[in-house]
Every structure is written in structure tokens, then in C-alpha cells.
Write a protein that binds this ligand. Structure first.
Ligand code: GTP
Ligand code: MG
Length: 241
């Protein structure tokens, strides 16, 4: 079954090389594998979400909270990318999550082919949602389509509210921005209004949820967003079947 959702690669400028009057997209091989993943997820009606952010913005903590809240309601698989350690997958397993670590050995992003190989470790037919926690940085992961339905960017209040304009590609290619660590807002010079305005100047359609894994603020809104997208994915596939 083919998938009608526009690939991430169509959303931003791609690197090219021109040789003998032929222009080649540098990430064509990645995008080919991403399309295969997209089709596999469509066939199995699995929602796939790529979670991206700077290092330490709270991706793994959010995955832990999501597992704790929803593990009895939906079937969740999580692939976690990290440069060196298995720690994030261990943290997710400690709260009962089904997680696999991809240790990149120093590579600063995940590529579609890494996901394709890691998928052998999951029975995708038995999942409602597959999360990919990408390697922590706002630069490299922005360029690589993994075949996801949605890209979700966390921006922590501790990072400063100037990041959308400094790292526009990530915000351009994301559908949802989670302003994380909102419990720290009273102590920091961070404006949710300013970061939202800057993100929407780049991507007018980006949705915004303010949340805190510590206080629980916004976690219901995040779970509602997720459950609605799972429902949409399942009914979209039923309609096109
Ligand atoms: N105050 C506060 N701290 C948080 C919140 N969420 C996460 N943290 C803390 O932020 C730190 C980093 O959180 P992680 O979840 O490991 O961040 P990450 O994005 O997965 O980090 P990398 O995988 O290294 O990129 C930890 O010490 C968390 O306890 C939050 O909502 N509020
Ligand atoms: Mg992490």
C-alpha cells in the first residue's frame, strides 16, 4: 500500500551534486529507505513519530512519562538513538517500555537505514505507535527523513527562546513543538510567546504545547494529541484500503 503523506524530504532544501549536467540529491538513498519504512508503517497502520531536540531537553523523560501514562491503553515501541550508551533505552525499560537502543558510535543523527535495520527487533504489526528518540542536537537530525508521520521538536525553557531562528530547518520540518521544563519558567528569562512567534514565522502551521514532566502540566494535552494522531492514522488507512 502506498502512502499519501508528503515525505520530510519535500519540506526543505536538499544538498545536491551536479555532474555531467545531472543533478543528484545527496540524500536520495536515505529518502528511498525512508519511503520503504513509510510504506511498512502504512501497511501495519503504525503511527511513527520522530522526537528531536538539543541534548538534555527531556526526550527520554517524556518517553518515560508517555509509557507510564499510556502503556495499558496503546502498544508503544521506542527506538532510541545515542552516540555511545544504552542508558536511555534502559531508563525506558525501567518504567515498562519496549525500547531498543541504536548506538551510533559517534554519528550525530539517525539515518533511515539505521531505523530499517533496527525494525527487525520489533514486530511492527503489534504496535500502535513507534517513537524514534533521535540523537540530541538541533542540526544533523533535521536533514534525515526517517519515514516518520510526524516530527516533534522539544525546546526546553533552559535552552533560551532564540532557538527557532538559529536552527530553522528543525522547526520548518516539525509539526509540533513541545516547550518542555515549563516548571522552570518562573526562574528563567524564557518567553513562550516569543518562541512560539519565532517558530511560526518559520513554520506557520507548527502546533505548540507547553509541558513539564515534573509538574505534569501539558502531559494530558500531549497524550490527547498522540491518541488523536493514532486514531487518524488507523482510520486514514481504513479509508484508503
Ligand atoms: N525541571 C525539569 N527537568 C526535566 C524535565 N524533563 C526532563 N528533565 C531533566 O532534564 C535532564 C535531561 O532529561 P533527558 O530526558 O535525559 O533529556 P534527553 O533529551 O533525552 O537527553 P539526550 O538523550 O542526552 O539528548 C534530566 O536531568 C531530567 O530529569 C522537566 O519537565 N522539568
Ligand atoms: Mg535521551
Amino acid at each position: 500500500m502506498s502512502n499519501t503523506k508528503a515525505p520530510k524530504s519535500s519540506k526543505n532544501a536538499r544538498g545536491t551534486i551536479t555532474c555531467d549536467n545531472t543533478t543528484i540529491h545527496l540524500l536520495q538513498a536515505n529518502d528511498f529507505v525512508a519511503e520503504s519504512i513509510r510504506n511498512q508503517m502504512a501497511d501495519n497502520k503504525v503511527l511513527m513519530i520522530n522526537i528531536v531536540s538539543s541534548a538534555g531537553s527531556g526526550k527520554t523523560t517524556l518517553m518515560q512519562e508517555t509509557v507510564k501514562r499510556l502503556k495499558d491503553t496503546i502498544k508503544i515501541g521506542i527506538l532510541v538513538g545515542d552516540l555511545e550508551t544504552e542508558r536511555d533505552a534502559d531508563r525506558i525499560r525501567q518504567v515498562g517500555g519496549n525500547a531498543l537502543q541504536i548506538v551510533t558510535g559517534g554519528i550525530c543523527h539517525l539515518e533511515a537505514q539505521m531505523i530499517w535495520q533496527a525494525l527487525k527487533g520489533f514486530d511492527t504489526k503489534d504496535l500502535d505507535v513507534l517513537f524514534v528518540e533521535n540523537v540530541g542536537n538541533l542540526v544533523c537530525p533535521a536533514s534525515f527523513d526517517l519515514g516518520e508521520d510526524y516530527r516533534v521538536t522539544l525546546i526546553a525553557t533552559t535552552e533560551g527562546d532564540d532557538k527557532p531562528q538559529k536552527y530553522p530547518k528543525m522547526f520548518l520540518t516539525s509539526e509540533l513543538m513541545l516547550v518542555s521544563k515549563s516548571d522552570l519558567l518562573p526562574y528563567l528569562p524564557f518567553s513562550v510567546a516569543a518562541v512560539t512567534k519565532d517558530a511560526r514565522a518559520i513554520n506557520p502551521n507548527i502546533e505548540v504545547i507547553e509541558l513539564s514532566a515534573m509538574s505534569g502540566q501539558g502531559i494530558d494535552a500531549w497524550c490527547d494529541w498522540l491518541l488523536a494522531k493514532i486514531k487518524e492514522k488507523k482510520s486514514a488507512e481504513e479509508i484508503s484500503a
